[in-house]
Design a binder for this molecule. Structure first.
Ligand SMILES: [Zn+2]
Length: 174
């Protein structure tokens, strides 16, 4: 009996199941996250461009060590890869010339959304993708009143993310 309990404990301890925060998303878990938010409140939504395809499999690849809560594909499909309750690994580098420099790691207080874009992060995004992203952002705004919307390049200054021709106003107005 003790042995079985031990096995059960090991099993339960190694599996972290979570439910979708955004019901229109498909769940594809990434192993790249930290449990919880280390006491930080979620006050930030940070928007990214993927700089190329294959993002969902890259976030599952053990060598990448990166993730985001959501990926919005060019066809408008949405994948959730990390629970909003947990810390994803998308926004951990803050340059000294960022207004966010010196604050706790932004991954702890931000939700991250990746928008699939071309390698240069400069394509005109399809309307179906933008509209899908607007619905996702509106849902997050409804659940986190007053959440701030930022872009990755406000933290990692000089990085081309989310990149040119990104329809930021559409998401700010969602
Ligand atoms: Zn980014």
């Amino acid at each position: 009996m003790t042995y079985i309990k031990l096995l059960l404990c090991l099993f339960v301890g190694s599996v972290h199941s979570w439910t979708l925060d955004y019901l229109a998303a498909k769940q594809v878990p990434s192993p790249h996250f930290n449990r919880g938010r280390s006491g930080q409140a979620i006050t930030c939504l940070v928007l990214h461009g993927t700089a190329g395809g294959g993002t969902v499999s890259w976030f599952q690849n053990p060598t990448s060590k990166v993730s985001a809560h959501y990926v919005v594909e060019q066809d408008g499909s949405v994948v959730q890869m990390v629970s909003e309750d947990d810390t994803a690994w998308h926004n951990g580098v803050v340059t000294t010339n960022s207004v966010f420099y010196g604050r706790p790691n932004p991954n702890l207080w931000c939700i991250g959304i990746e928008f699939s874009r071309n390698i240069q992060n400069n394509n005109i995004m399809p309307e179906v993708q933008i509209a899908s992203g607007v619905r996702l952002v509106a849902d997050i705004k409804r659940r986190y009143k007053g959440i701030n919307i930022y872009t990755h390049d406000q933290f990692n200054v000089g990085r081309t993310c989310p990149g040119p021709s990104f329809p930021l106003a559409r998401f700010q107005n969602a």
